[in-house]
Design a binder for this molecule. Structure first.
Ligand SMILES: [Zn+2]
Length: 94
C-alpha cells in the first residue's frame, strides 16, 4: 500500500495546480499549465485529464441521481424538433 502511494507520487500528472504549485506533489508549474479554473478557486488550474475525470464523475453522479436522463430526453426533443421541418405534408398531422 505504501509502495503504491510512492509510485503515484513518482508519476504525478499534476491534476490540480493552485497558484503555480501542484496540489498533489508541490511541483512548481508553468503559469500557462492546464486550464484556468478560477471559478472554482482563485489561481486554480486543472489538467485536461483532471477536467475529463471531473466531468465523468459529474455524469456518473447525475446518472445515479437520475438527472442525466432529463438531459438525454431534452436532446432527443431538440433532435425531433429539427427533423419536423423535413416532414412530408402527410406526416404533419403528427
Ligand atoms: Zn504533482
Amino acid at each position: 500500500m505504501e509502495q503504491e502511494q510512492m509510485d503515484s507520487m513518482d508519476v504525478c500528472r499534476y491534476p490540480k495546480v493552485l497558484k503555480r504549485l501542484c496540489m498533489n506533489c508541490g511541483q512548481f508549474m508553468d503559469s500557462e499549465y492546464g486550464v484556468a479554473s478560477d471559478y472554482l478557486e482563485q489561481g486554480l488550474r486543472l489538467s485536461d485529464e483532471e477536467i475529463t475525470r471531473l466531468k465523468d464523475t459529474n455524469s456518473s453522479r447525475l446518472f445515479a441521481e437520475k438527472k442525466l436522463q432529463l438531459v438525454l430526453d431534452l436532446d432527443n426533443t431538440l433532435l425531433h424538433s429539427k427533423l419536423f421541418k423535413d416532414l412530408k405534408p402527410k406526416e404533419k398531422y403528427l
